[in-house]
Ligand binder design. Structure first.
Ligand SMILES: NC(=O)c1ccc[n+]([C@@H]2O[C@H](COP(=O)([O-])OP(=O)(O)OC[C@H]3O[C@@H](n4cnc5c(N)ncnc54)[C@H](OP(=O)(O)O)[C@@H]3O)[C@@H](O)[C@H]2O)c1
Length: 342
């Protein structure tokens, strides 16, 4: 298969390349970048130097995707909306967008989080690519919007509670590493500002709340439900750790834990474990580690989840979605374990 990664010089682009070069069904990879066009891959992604002797192509998205079997777009927010129509017109078998542009189908919800959509007519073409939940529903998809990194962690935790008798709307407390902010340095991603530091941001208004709410509403059947995402920056590079706490209407602790565990029973990359997960146990993997517990009285529930934001929260989930869409083995190219300690 011939695969194209547009925006390949960024962090998500690099992670996609790392996984795609090792994928058994992929024979050719084109990597585009505006700023790095012509440079050898290893100049920007040194860890990939030995995997492929290619250079970044300065092709426009429309030129790059001609004759491609699969196209990944890993562009800054808003950029894929500008080029998606021409990318789709080139007839690639499968387009996977990693930005937020096509994740939310409810126009009102999208507008609340991101403003007026520049290409609303294209949104219905996209399947939401929450791979560990959608599974074989993605088979045959032609366009997939890969979920956000916080949204992936939050939704895996919330999915465990979709049938639980919650007394209140759940809130998701989550902390992310600095690679979540992309390759371009900003005051809030600069090392002296991040190291040895923790701070909250996007208070009561993180943009990922839109896609989280849309899925949660579909799972629970409650049209106005709005789970909160309480986002924090942490002093590490990779990973997201999220905790959901909620009160239960009646004391049914063991049943809630059993139902939540069953929800992921046959999923290849989601492991429910008896103890709280640790971030370093998922870094470098496509895994999501979960822990579900109820209080002694059975009236409170907690779900904790750890993921690698660039793999499960981006490139890995996108490759998993590709595998599912094309009917390949779901785990193809994604089985490599992480390194520990890191
Ligand atoms: N970082 C994460 O943890 C994460 C997780 C999930 C989803 N995402 C989403 O994935 C997308 C990429 O994130 P990122 O962290 O990789 O951002 P990033 O490091 O800033 O990379 C984005 C890349 O897009 C390239 N680009 C922009 N417009 C382009 C165009 N027209 N043609 C070719 N290249 C173009 C830029 O490179 P050039 O200047 O060289 O073109 C840049 O390297 C974002 O939408 C982000 O929200 C990120």
């Amino acid at each position: 298969m011939r695969v194209v990664v547009i925006g390949a010089a960024g962090y998500v682009g690099g992670e996609l390349l790392r996984l795609l070069f090792q994928h058994p069904s992929i024979t050719e990879v084109t990597a585009t970048s505006r700023s790095q066009a012509g440079k050898p891959l290893g100049d920007i992604h040194p860890a990939l130097r030995h995997l492929a002797d290619i250079r970044f192509a300065g092709l426009s998205p429309a030129e790059a995707v001609r004759d491609a079997d699969v196209v990944f777009l890993a562009l800054e927010h808003g950029e894929s909306s500008k080029v998606m129509a021409e990318v789709i017109d080139q007839g690639a078998g499968l387009v996977i967008d990693l930005a937020a542009d096509f994740r939310i189908h409810d126009g009102r919800l999208h507008e609340t989080c991101y403003g007026v959509h520049p290409a609303p007519a294209l949104v219905p073409r996209f399947e939401y690519g929450l791979a560990d939940i959608r599974g074989t529903e993605l088979r045959g998809a032609k366009a997939i919007a890969a979920p956000g990194c916080f949204a992936t962690a939050a939704q895996l935790a919330l999915y465990a509670l979709k049938d639980a008798p919650l007394a209140t709307e759940p809130a998701v407390y989550a902390i992310t590493g600095s690679s979540g902010a992309g390759v371009h340095p900003r005051p809030t991603t600069h090392h002296p500002a991040r190291a040895h530091n923790v701070f909250g941001y996007s208070v009561l208004g993180h943009r990922h709340e839109g896609e989280i709410a849309e899925q949660w509403r579909a799972w629970t059947g409650r049209a106005e439900a709005m789970p909160r995402l309480l986002s924090h920056s942490g002093p590490f590079v990779r990973g997201i750790y999220a905790t959901v706490h909620a009160s239960l209407r009646s004391p049914e602790g063991p049943a809630v834990v059993a139902a939540a565990t069953k929800a992921f029973a046959d999923r290849a990359f989601v492991r429910v474990q008896a103890t709280p997960p640790e971030l370093t146990h998922v870094v470098g993997t496509n895994d999501a580690l979960l822990h579900i517990a109820t209080s002694r009285a059975g009236t409170e529930v907690v779900v904790m989840v750890a993921i690698d934001n660039l793999i499960k929260g981006a490139g890995g989930q996108a490759v998993q979605a590709m595998n599912l869409a094309l009917g390949l083995e779901e785990t193809a190219g994604l089985r490599a374990p992480g390194a520990f300690p890191i």
